[in-house]
Design a protein around this ligand. Sequence first.
Ligand code: ADP
Ligand code: MG
Length: 325
Amino acid sequence: MDHEPETCSVCGLDPVVGSPARPSRIVARSPAMRAMLCRARLFADTNAPVVILGESGSGKEVVARALHGSSRRRQAPFIAVNVAAVPTELLESELLGHARGAFTGASTARRGLFEAAHGGTLFLDEIAEMPVAFQAKLLRVLQDGEVRRVGETHSSLVDARIVCATHRDLPGLVERGLFREDLFYRLNVLRLRVPPLRDRPEDVLPLARAFLAAEGRAELVFSPAARKVFARHRWPGNVRELASAVKHGVALARGGVIDLEHLPDELASPSAAPAPRPQGVDLRSLAEVEREHMLRVLEACGGSQVEAARHLGIGRSTLWRKLRE
Ligand SMILES: Nc1ncnc2c1ncn2[C@@H]1O[C@H](COP(=O)(O)OP(=O)(O)O)[C@@H](O)[C@H]1O
Ligand SMILES: [Mg+2]
């Protein structure tokens, strides 16, 4: 088991992240990841907003926590909100808080997450999923540095450093009118891009060993065949996928070795890999490709046709008609 230094000697970023209850270390052996962390270290001490880009599971939240943990704000709270997980109608009261009696069910006043993050960092995960209507309100808060709880008449000053993350192409969304341009420029001051795991093979085994240690099974080893598969796999789910593969291995291994047969099917037998990309020329009709894309967007929007139509840039009735065809 390799030991990481307390503070990274390369970038000076405090590698201990995670919640206080479950601290964890950032594993970064690859030059790409180290370069990104060096950049993050430079950003830690400013108050400017940071946008973290990268595929799902690549470690965006880990980086956001490290930014906070290495900043002067580290004693104050790090508050993470997954924008995509909060229902649209609750987003405003979640983030800004509400007065007592502001709406049915608001029996007591409640502060929002902006206020909770005062002096610290507010991490807005999946920022691209923020409804356009609320984007205007967020911009207002960022410009004025104050929040007004729902149903309240006065505002209060808040000082929360904003870090956002998305796996989507934000400039592309701005171009298509799905993300406000003014908010984009406000947020997109400093940018970090977390490389996908397949682009940093040097990190795979150290990460896998760190996950073994986290399971309390640091004594287990990976067989040469398992290591070979780790090196060959494309890791569409990135570090998160690797973490579950290791858990899978730990659960099935008998004895001290995690072998191929203990790993999830999609790793152990490449033929079981989900949705292999079509080889050679894709000869599907436009209608087929369109339909598949619409269904994928619909699924990503949790089945909401309104949301899906918005992302697709078509009317809801058009979407409905096309899906019926
Ligand atoms: N460099 C890393 N070192 C240690 N653990 C990591 C690293 N990158 C990701 N993880 C772990 O992988 C999982 C996914 O990371 P997360 O930051 O949630 O990804 P994202 O926010 O990009 O979807 C988490 O459990 C996280 O702790
Ligand atoms: Mg995440």
